[in-house]
Design a protein around this ligand. Structure first.
Ligand code: PLP
Length: 393
């Protein structure tokens, strides 16, 4: 069916459909590395780009293709490029858009490995970067240099929940002839479509909300325009970080319930946030759905909901956070997010333990910060788990 005019939830079910000879209701797994041509002429046409036939799975595969078409429709982009992980998406973008002598501006609280590989590895190839608080547009403007080619934004950022203004970022980037890239992992296209707000490229760790079941690692890059899409696609093929057909099948299965999963988790998150905000042992809480969030109005404007991620701190600080981790039973003490299960983690002692104290403070990652990824269990059970855990703090 033609899904261009359909609603988002209909697209989640039907946008990837292919014509398959048996009429299967789901997209089959084409678990093959290569594709045989009917004759020499057909082979020649495929290689010349005159036919859409498949050649080799690193270059293209029907199962992967279905997912790529679907995600491009959901993000309103020209095309999607499915990759092996969220970090593969990051590296395809860096490699395709940056060369020696170029400069990138990015969010200081960006996903740790996105920053670490830039500062530790790409620097060796002469790519410079500046990390700043991108919630402040004047700081972005000041960080730009004549050789800035990419503005790389994560919003809401991880784990501070800071929100950057995508439309304002696009304006600054384009004024300087740079491209705007958005890490849309925390929202998924259900809650935010950055290409509609002026971004040039969007990417996801599909490990999180899009697949949603904490059972695979996957990524995707979506470009708004054909020329950039082709550049990114060529880089993915050369790097060889393609998705596997089985992985694509898993994501095609998980994505169908993206809307209802986020609806349920968001409903829970609103209740959990209210509980935490009123708890006497909680020192502070950052959640886009609370008026106390510093970019509350901006969140309402550019996101279609509050999301399911909450950051908060206890009055008893670092020790209190560890005590709570050890005393919750329903919430899993684990990194990642966006799955059906509730997760809790403590960046200062876990994901960000290797970041210097100074670096953490600059990025707003305080020692007491607890990151809570709300799942789709019953809200009363999630709250009860926190309540009894906080009692022991
Ligand atoms: C998890 C994550 C990534 C990296 O994705 P992987 O699938 O783990 O490689 C990138 N950005 C954000 C915001 C993430 O949460």
């Amino acid at each position: 069916m033609n899904t261009k005019e359909s609603g988002f939830s209909t697209k989640l079910i039907h946008a990837g459909e292919i014509d398959d000879q048996f009429g299967s209701a789901t997209i089959p797994i084409y678990q093959t590395s290569t594709f045989a041509f009917k004759n020499a002429e057909e082979g020649a046409k495929c290689f010349a780009g005159e036919s859409n036939g498949y050649i080799y799975t690193r270059i293209g595969n029907p199962t992967i293709d279905a997912l790529e078409r679907q995600i491009a429709v959901l993000e309103n982009g020209f095309g999607g490029i499915a990759v092996s992980s969220g970090m593969a998406a990051v590296n395809v973008i860096y490699q395709a858009l940056l060369a020696s002598g170029d400069h990138m501006v990015s969010t200081d609280a960006v996903y740790g490995p996105s920053r670490a590989i830039m500062e530790n590895h790409y620097i060796k190839y002469g790519v410079e970067s500046t990390y700043i608080n991108t919630t402040d547009s004047s700081q972005i403007e000041k960080a730009f240099k004549p050789n800035t080619k990419v503005l790389f934004i994560e919003t809401p950022a991880n784990p501070t929940m800071d929100i950057s203004d995508i439309a304002a970022c696009a304006e600054i980037a384009h004024k300087h002839g740079a491209l705007l890239v958005i890490d849309n992992t925390f929202c998924s296209p259900y809650l935010q479509t950055p290409l509609d707000l002026g971004a040039d490229i969007v990417f996801h760790s599909m490990t999180k909300f899009i697949n949603g079941h904490a059972d695979i690692v996957a990524g995707v890059v979506i470009a708004k325009e054909e020329t950039i899409y082709k550049k990114l696609r060529g880089m993915m093929i050369s790097l060889g970080c393609n998705m596997d057909p089985h992985q694509a099948f898993m994501v095609l299965r998980g994505i169908k319930t993206l809307g209802i999963r986020i609806d349920r988790a968001s409903e829970n998150a609103d209740k959990v946030a209210e509980f935490l905000e009123n708890h006497p042992k909680v020192a502070w809480i950052k959640y886009p759905g609370l008026k106390s969030h510093p970019q509350y109005e901006l969140g309402k404007k550019q996101m279609n909901g509050n999301g399911c991620m909450i950051s908060f701190g206890l009055k008893s600080g670092f020790e209190g956070a560890k005590k709570l981790m050890d005393n919750v039973h329903l919430a899993l003490l684990a990194v990642s997010l966006g799955g059906v299960e509730t997760l809790i983690q403590h960046p200062a002692s876990m994901t960000h333990s290797k970041v210097t104290k100074e670096g953490k403070l600059k990025a707003g990652i305080t020692d007491d910060l607890i990151r809570f990824a709300v799942g789709i269990e019953d809200a009363k059970d999630i709250i009860e788990d926190l309540r009894q855990g906080l009692e022991k703090v």
